[in-house]
Design a protein around this ligand. Structure first.
Ligand code: TRP
Length: 335
């Protein structure tokens, strides 16, 4: 049924609650793909264990991440939502592709360098080969398009390189995927350091709006957002903080920069920040209500996980059988 549809694949780690950046820059727009594409959205718990996790918390966050995907508008009837560790082909192809990825390539990954600095006491082999598992996630489904944040661009380039290398040795096996980095809202910046991207793992909670933050917290964080010493609401290169708030306000209200500048002409940053906070909190309220309902319904989430895993496993099996044959593994079939 989906044979002719092109494939979209994206993954999100079940660690840390998703931010406004994840929401505006990515998930909010994902639901639009499902008319045109066959879409897989995966909770990547195998990636998460490259840093030490508390087991109970990892389990809880896996359910919650799935619930959040759905609450943000991804209909499980129209998208394949699943958990990475439920489809064993990910780890299997990950191993195989480790053998077609160079030590030097992985050494150059900036995320590995960052993470090994942050986790100096646990630089495990999985942290190093993390990108090859991501390559496997993507190539398993013959993916054409991968929605990602700009921080994942290097991993996508590696995916293309590994796929091209494999295809050159064995003939056409994998589709070469393209990244999809949403332009307008790709870069929601930190509220504390607006030259930095808003990051899920920022240690300064005031820098990050989380999708599940209550209204009073959202308002407080926007009130504290770093701006500049001026008082004019206007987009400019030397007004990174204000420009970031304008991006956010525009994403929630649909207003253009000129409209926003007019609306706040003669008013100070205080009024503007409050308006951004209100707009954000009001827009997130229905997502939060839906999340609360879903997170309490474990049985439903498990139904979604099972259906998603079965569907994903079926497509993954097709790629795996091709790969096994090409590299020379023997196949045994029941008579
Ligand atoms: N590495 C991604 C991140 O940290 C998550 C991820 C894992 C992913 N596998 C993927 C994203 C496949 C897109 C496609 O954000």
């Amino acid at each position: 049924m989906f044979k002719d549809k092109k494939v979209v694949f994206s993954g999100v780690q079940p660690s840390g609650v998703l931010t406004l950046g994840n929401y505006l820059g990515a998930i909010k727009n994902f639901s639009a793909f499902s008319d045109e594409y066959k879409c897989y959205y995966c909770v990547v718990d195998e990636h998460a264990i490259t840093v030490r996790q508390n087991p109970a918390e990892l389990r809880r966050r896996t359910y919650e991440t799935l619930a959040l995907y759905i609450a943000c508008g991804l209909d499980p009837q129209k998208n394949t939502l699943f958990v990475q560790s439920h489809v064993s082909a990910h780890a299997e192809l990950g191993w195989i592709l480790d053998c077609y990825t160079m030590f030097g390539e992985l050494s150059r990954m900036t995320q590995f360098k960052d993470k090994s600095q942050k986790n100096a006491d646990n630089i495990n082999a999985g942290l190093f080969t993390y990108p090859t598992l991501m390559v496997a996630d993507i190539l398993l489904y013959q993916t054409e398009l991968v929605p990602i944040g700009s921080d994942q661009k290097q991993h996508l380039e590696l995916t293309r390189d590994v796929a091209t290398r494999f295809n050159a040795i064995y003939g056409d096996t994998f589709v070469i995927p393209d990244p999809y980095i949403p332009q307008t809202t790709a870069r929601i910046m930190s509220l504390a350091e607006p030259s930095k991207k808003m990051s899920k793992s920022d240690e300064n909670e005031n820098a990050v709006i989380r999708i599940l933050d209550p209204k009073d917290v959202i308002i407080r964080k926007f009130k504290r957002a770093v701006t500049d010493s001026g008082c004019e609401v206007r987009r400019a290169d030397d007004k990174e903080g204000v420009s970031n708030l304008m991006t956010i306000y525009s994403a929630f209200t649909g207003k253009t920069d000129e409209e926003i500048e007019r609306e706040f002409a003669g008013k100070g940053y205080g009024d503007f920040k409050l308006a951004v906070g209100e707009a954000c909190a009001d827009a997130l309220a229905p997502v939060q209500a839906e999340f609360a309902r879903l997170a309490a319904d474990k049985a439903y989430l498990e139904d979604v996980m099972l259906a998603g895993a079965e569907d994903a496993a079926r497509s993954a099996a097709r790629t795996m059988s091709k790969v096994r044959r090409k590299i020379g593994f023997t196949e045994i079939r029941r008579k």
